[in-house]
Design a protein around this ligand. Structure first.
Ligand code: ATP
Ligand code: MG
Length: 419
């Protein structure tokens, strides 16, 4: 290795980016708690088949995006590329099928071998929710409403629009599949290589193609909504009417299908035009077939996942970890006294950093650089008189007072500054 570097598309998260990530995650957790979703954390790697069975042999993730490895006992494992399969597996393992509905929220890293670019990474992070055990359109509406309120709490609702479609039930999908294959067969020569492969195995996925010549062909493709059976059509109408009642703006997009194979009925995406071609910030849908594919009982489910990196690019949490107070001694021999003092200061909620090295003028320069508001300086005299020297770094005012009084003064001045 000639240079110290991370793997392409796998980044360190430094303070500023991480603050934005945490801002997004905390808003997600807060709003999900209000909707009574419980947080769940599933493993970062699982047996490969937990992901390959539901995603299907022809999905991007299984054909070219996964990180798979054999461990020392020969088990085939995969770094998780998405959250839903793991959550449903955990739900089945925990024996929760008799105790439905269950509501889950999660966040964490996901791994896909993709071509890295802005908003597209190989290790990225998602925040997501899953609602298991509700088959009616109310489940779809609940998770979309949660997503909408999540984006609102990030102040992004006017920068993002909701697109929605229905894939219908199994009958409708099979029906549409035939019609779509007939249409696409006429353009076989112009389709991308990937799409030609999918024409046999999973033609619906072609609708999701990002290839420009595929997209041109798709503009005139038959509309899935025209091939839904009565039940699926009524169900989709309920979702659209429900969104209107909830005042959630949406557009029907006939080419919207989820990239993953286990979806049925409602599919939706929240999209922005502010992130170039990586515009989908949150995507989800209904996956009633997933539990059975994993070997469980039939169990309806609906949920979504949001790309934390993409949302973090659009928010500015503006959080700075600057200290309220710095502690310094006239020499290094006072450093342990300062650490003792720190115990008490943090109990009082004062953000404190100790400056261990250098002379006092160097320490004051550092305090200025990190934008500290107060300094406590101690030496032999202060220790013997049991006081501290408190300096207001904005006004320069300095006084020798008891630590308790210094704490009160800092707290009251900080409150005044906050107003
Ligand atoms: P895309 O069409 O952008 O590849 P996808 O259909 O593969 O997205 P999902 O599997 O639905 O995406 O994941 C949900 C969300 O996670 C996406 O809408 C996006 O915000 C985010 N996401 C997916 N892949 C990546 C990635 N490689 N890097 C960063 N964020 C991602
Ligand atoms: Mg993708």
């Amino acid at each position: 290795m000639d240079k110290l570097r991370t793997v392409r598309g796998v980044n360190d998260l430094l303070a500023e980016t991480l603050n934005n990530h945490n801002f997004v995650i905390n808003k997600g957790l807060n709003i999900s708690k209000k909707y009574c979703y419980s947080q769940i954390d599933t493993p970062i790697f699982e047996f490969s088949e937990i992901f390959t069975k539901p995603l299907g042999k022809t999905s991007d993730i299984v054909t070219k995006e996964n990180y798979t490895f054999e461990d020392r006992s020969g088990d085939l494992l995969m770094l998780r590329p998405e959250g839903t399969s793991g959550v449903v597996r955990a739900f089945l393992n925990a024996g929760l099928t008799q105790d439905i509905p269950q509501r889950f929220s999660y966040f964490g890293p996901m791994f896909r071998y993709e071509r890295p670019q802005k908003g597209r990474l190989r290790q990225f992070h998602q925040f997501g929710v899953e609602l298991l055990g509700i088959s009616s359109s109310m489940g779809d509406l609940e998770v979309i409403s949660l997503a909408n309120n999540f984006l609102k709490s990030l102040n992004l609702d006017n920068k993002i629009e909701l697109k929605i479609n229905s894939l219908g039930d199994t009958d409708s999908r099979l029906n549409y599949r035939k019609v779509l294959v007939d249409y696409l067969n006429d353009f076989k020569k112009e389709l991308s290589e990937d799409s030609i492969k999918r024409l046999k195995e999973n033609p619906l996925r072609i609708l999701d193609s990002k290839n420009p010549s595929d997209q041109a062909i798709l503009t005139k493709a038959p509309d899935v909504l025209n091939y839904l059976n009565e039940f699926s059509k009524d169900r989709f109408q309920e979702v659209c009417d429900g969104l209107n009642s909830l005042n959630i703006d949406h557009k029907v997009d006939k080419n919207l299908v989820r990239g993953l194979d286990y979806y049925c009925h409602t599919a939706f995406e929240f999209i922005t035009d502010q992130l170039g071609s990586q515009g989908t910030v949150l995507a989800g849908g209904r996956y009633d077939g997933l539990s059975e594919i994993l070997g469980g009982i039939k169990m309806p489910g609906v949920g979504w996942a949001a790309g934390i990196e993409r949302l973090a690019l659009m928010v500015n949490a503006n959080y700075k970890n600057n200290p309220d107070l710095v502690l310094m001694g006239l020499s290094e021999k006072f450093n342990l006294d300062l650490l003792q003092m720190m115990d008490r200061l943090i109990k009082d909620g004062i953000k404190t950093e100790i400056l261990y090295t250098g002379n006092v003028s160097k320490k004051l320069k550092r305090a200025d650089k990190i934008n500290a508001k107060f300094a406590i300086i101690i030496g032999e005299d202060e220790i013997s008189q049991n006081i501290v020297n408190l300096k207001n770094l904005k006004t320069g005012f300095q006084q020798g007072i008891k630590l308790g009084d210094a704490i009160n003064e800092i707290k009251s001045l900080l409150n005044i500054n906050l107003e």
